[in-house]
Design a protein around this ligand. Structure first.
Ligand SMILES: NC(=O)c1ccc[n+]([C@@H]2O[C@H](COP(=O)([O-])OP(=O)(O)OC[C@H]3O[C@@H](n4cnc5c(N)ncnc54)[C@H](OP(=O)(O)O)[C@@H]3O)[C@@H](O)[C@H]2O)c1
Length: 421
């Protein structure tokens, strides 16, 4: 456990968990699938400094690069940085192309440090491999293999053309920056973070359902940062009825607001609710109601009917539908009932819990409404990845490691590959 994102990502691939762990299996598939991935072995301090800088550059695309990955690139020749770049937006040049443009002729003979394997295909822009070869780059070091099968093969092509290549330097922080993109292209679903604000005794609302505000201003502002980097913020009809949330980013400047998504089996969302003010929203329901659909459409909301066998919304199918719409990262901000269903159905990858130094007591509402279990072996398991103090509150991050029972998380396969470009 650590307080830095880098170490937190590294913890994500640490060993020691029981077998059958969803996110561990996924990380193995994603980060270790390539035999040429050496991890952090065989690199010197100059390599590390250059890749650390490339990661900083990649993070500049945190709020804008989606649905593409956040990628940074640094070109170094004779110990001197000759070019830097990052990918800002889909359709705009990739990090490597921006760095090459900054370096000009000084790119010849340089080493390119890039946080994601250079692409080898025509997407919205031409292959970066071609640009690197044309510029005469001598060596390419990539942090993370490109998980996109259409874009992959970049390092192989560079190697075949006589360029020295290496893969795996700082791959965990590179993966941490792009969990959503990697999840979408490898699993056909977004990376789902579930955010809760609770008292020290784990209560998210009073018995009378009031919950505003359990945590302090700084914790709430911090939560806006997670909203800002998410493509969608998801909530349930219970929370909409109770709190009428806006689900927008207000505590910081952002060029893009996340898409509000509501889970509402009966399509009871009232057209006057505040989350509809932005003129776009997605509502998943379990039964068609033409009149309600029309009223919501008039507010810019799209309705998708996706029932499960119990007459509720089919949550795993809902995630696949979000991925189909190029949603990389989802932030869940909802109540105990939907939190419980999402966890039980394997639809949560990470929990971000803001814990306030207060006690509400047994009559308050908990975090996850789940059926009673009669053996500890049946509990859901998580792995802490980070702890941080935020104002008077504490922020805990944890990856969901195992959800027992019939609703095991889906780990791979649903293949929803979309080009980056
Ligand atoms: N402290 C916090 O972090 C926090 C955050 C948000 C909310 N809250 C509090 O939480 C309370 C609301 O929680 P809640 O549990 O009543 O509502 P909720 O979890 O926001 O929404 C639950 C509703 O989602 C719908 N749903 C649709 N498909 C579902 C499925 N497959 N599984 C489960 N639910 C499904 C159900 O209604 P239908 O069957 O009608 O669709 C269910 O009643 C409020 O008091 C709010 O203030 C606290």
């Amino acid at each position: 456990m650590s307080s830095t994102p880098q170490a937190s990502a590294a913890a994500g691939s640490a060993g020691g968990e029981p077998a059958g762990i969803a996110d561990r299996a996924w990380l193995d598939t994603v980060a270790r699938a390539r035999v040429d991935d050496t991890g952090d072995c065989g690199f010197d301090a100059a390599d590390r400094a250059a890749m650390a800088r490339a990661l900083e550059l990649a993070a500049r695309g945190l709020f804008t690069a989606t649905p593409n990955p956040r990628v940074g690139c640094v070109l170094v020749r004779d110990g001197e940085v000759v070019g830097e770049g990052f990918h800002a937006r889909a359709g705009q040049p990739h990090a490597e192309v921006n760095a090459l443009a900054a370096a000009g002729p000084r790119a010849r003979g340089a080493t390119a440090y890039v946080t994601l394997e250079p692409c080898n295909h025509f997407g919205r822009t031409p292959p970066c491999v071609d640009a690197l070869l044309a510029a005469g780059v001598k060596r390419v070091v990539a942090a993370l293999a490109d998980p996109n099968p259409q874009a992959g093969g970049g390092l192989e092509r560079l190697r075949a053309a006589g360029v020295e290549v290496a893969l795996g330097l700082m791959r965990e922080p590179a993966l941490e920056l792009n969990r959503g993109f990697v999840s979408r292209v490898t699993r056909g679903r977004p990376w789902v973070r579930l955010k809760v604000a609770a008292s020290l005794d784990g209560r998210t609302a009073l018995a009378n359902r009031l919950s505003q505000w359990i945590t302090g201003e700084m914790a709430r502002a911090d939560a806006h940062r997670w909203r800002a980097q998410s493509c969608a913020v998801l909530t349930g009809i219970g929370t909409v009825r109770e709190d009428d949330p806006q689900l927008t980013v207000r505590a910081l400047d952002t060029p893009r607001q996340p898409l509000p998504v509501v889970i509402d089996s009966g399509l009871e969302l009232a057209p006057g609710m505040r989350l509809l003010a932005g003129g776009r929203a997605l509502v998943f329901c379990a039964r068609e109601r033409a009149e309600a659909r029309a009223a919501l459409a008039a507010r810019g909301a799209e309705v998708v009917v996706l029932p499960n066998a119990q007459g509720k919304v089919d949550l795993p199918a809902m995630l696949h539908e979000l991925a189909r719409r190029e949603i990389n990262e989802v932030l869940v901000e909802t109540g105990a009932r939907l939190n419980g269903s999402l966890l039980r159905e394997g639809c949560v990858d990470e929990v971000i819990a803001y814990i306030a130094p207060s006690v509400i007591g047994e009559r308050g509402i908990g975090m996850f409404d789940l059926p009673a279990i009669d053996a500890l072996a049946a509990r859901a398991l998580l792995r802490f990845t980070e702890v941080a103090q935020i104002g008077d509150d504490v922020r805990l991050r944890a990856h969901v490691a195992r959800v027992p029972g019939p609703f095991a998380p889906r780990t791979a396969g649903a293949g929803n590959h979309k080009e980056q470009g």
